[in-house]
Design a protein around this ligand. Structure first.
Ligand code: FE2
Ligand code: FE2
Length: 417
């Protein structure tokens, strides 16, 4: 970072810290009794123990507590409670491990200042629309005030942090990513709603019902986040496996992804649910997983396969399905059958079991059509690619023997029509 830019960055941080300190001194009236303050800070600590430790997530987790704080207490008290409540051991550890002592202290103070400024801006936004420190669930102006206040917190936090990055990275340009803005808004609103409900609990029931409602929300949100992280991990494993399959043979590179696209379109044409459509694409990427067990020289052999080599190739649906079965936390029975049955034929002459008709699972039949179509229209080591017209004719010619005729009909009319 250039020297003048470095100085500008540090000056910006110091200015933010001073601004937060001045704002607190001017506005604080210590409206929260000590016991109440301790409960609020404890709940904020519990909220910060989120699974995904991103700034926006921490904000979203803090908001349900802070909405009640902003409604009931003065701006300075809200800022002080948010500052203490927003601290976590994890934050201290990460900052201390990655920065020299002077910078670590500055960054810790900066984080406190950002939280305090966000709380004060959110307080100002709320009380500009709804000046009274009371909950009025039936009044639209009160609800609007709560929503605007939550959004103000997220926007102020985003702007401050983006400017800090702008000043610390020479190549960084300030830009607004609409998908991030939409994501922040959609995750802020449920937190604001929860905050309003918790604030009502506090007003009508007192501290204990309020704390219980908050704890319920925190544990629920943590569970949802944990599930989200698990889903993302599973998706990463799925994509990595798909890349491993395609890397075995450069002639089939991209085959798994194309079959996934075709399978999701065909599943849509079958009017399957959104979940099923997504899941078929997910599992289609792994339909040839068992090929990782087939020797490279067989997979890439230019000429015709011998009987024993073909016998080896025919084992790949079973191998793939067994590998899937070994990951039963990620893949289920329908995934297992789809992979196992993607080379079965409608007339019962396929492999590995010679199943026929609707004894073959729907997902297996869908994969069979899409797999064959992509194989025909891609260049292989032993032949050139067919035209899409010729491949469609070939599918129709084999409808009722190799393929489910209803699926071929849907495929040629709606997927590749
Ligand atoms: Fe296959
Ligand atoms: Fe395939």
């Amino acid at each position: 970072m250039p020297r003048d830019r470095h100085a500008l960055h540090d000056a910006y941080i110091i200015a933010l810290i001073l601004a937060a300190a001045v704002a607190i001194i001017i506005t604080v009236r210590w409206e929260a009794p000590p016991a109440t303050a301790i409960v609020f800070v404890s709940l904020l600590w519990a909220s910060s123990l989120s699974v995904i430790n991103l700034r926006t997530t921490v904000v979203v987790m803090m908001l349900p507590v802070m909405v009640a704080c902003i409604i009931r207490f003065d701006a300075g008290t809200s800022a002080v409670l948010a500052m203490f409540g927003g601290m976590s051991i994890q934050e201290f550890r990460i900052i201390r491990e990655n920065n020299p002592p002077y910078l670590a202290t500055l960054k810790l103070l900066l984080n406190r200042a950002i939280t305090a400024l966000c709380a004060i801006c959110a307080w100002l936004a709320f009380h500009a629309i709804w000046p009274e420190p009371v909950v009025a669930l039936g009044d639209l102006r009160f609800i609007v005030a709560a929503v605007v206040s939550g959004l103000a917190w997220v926007i102020v936090s985003g702007v401050i942090v983006n400017f800090q990055i702008l000043l610390s990275t020479p190549t960084f340009r300030f830009r607004v990513d609409p998908s991030i803005v939409l994501g922040s808004v959609s995750s802020t609103l449920p937190s604001v709603v929860m905050g309003v409900m918790a604030a009502a609990m506090y007003e009508y029931g007192g501290l204990v019902p309020f704390a219980l409602a908050e704890l319920f929300f925190i544990s629920n949100k943590n569970y949802t986040q944990r599930a989200l992280v698990q889903k993302e991990n599973a998706e990463q494993i799925n994509c990595t496996l798909a890349r491993i399959i395609d890397s075995k043979d450069h002639y089939t590179a991209g085959h798994s992804e194309r079959v996934a696209q075709l399978a999701s379109h065909l599943a849509e044409a079958c009017n399957l649910s959104r979940n099923e459509v997504e899941r078929i694409a997910y599992i289609a990427r792994l339909h040839d997983l068992g090929k990782v067990n087939i020797p490279q020289e067989i997979l890439t052999k230019p000429g015709e396969l011998t009987e024993s080599e073909f016998a080896e190739v025919k084992k790949h649906p079973g191998w793939g399905a067994e590998l899937i079965r070994g990951m039963d936390k990620i893949y289920g029975d329908r995934d297992y059958r789809a992979i196992l049955e993607h080379h079965e034929r409608y007339d019962g002459t396929g492999y590995p079991y010679g199943k026929r008709g609707e004894d073959i699972s729907l997902w297996g039949r869908i994969l069979a059509v899409c797999d064959a179509y992509d194989a025909m229209t891609s260049e292989r080591v032993y032949r050139t690619a067919m035209t899409t017209d010729a491949a469609r004719t070939e599918l129709k010619r084999n409808a009722g023997t190799q393929f489910d005729p209803k699926l071929v009909q849907l495929f040629v009319s709606k997927v590749q029509g």
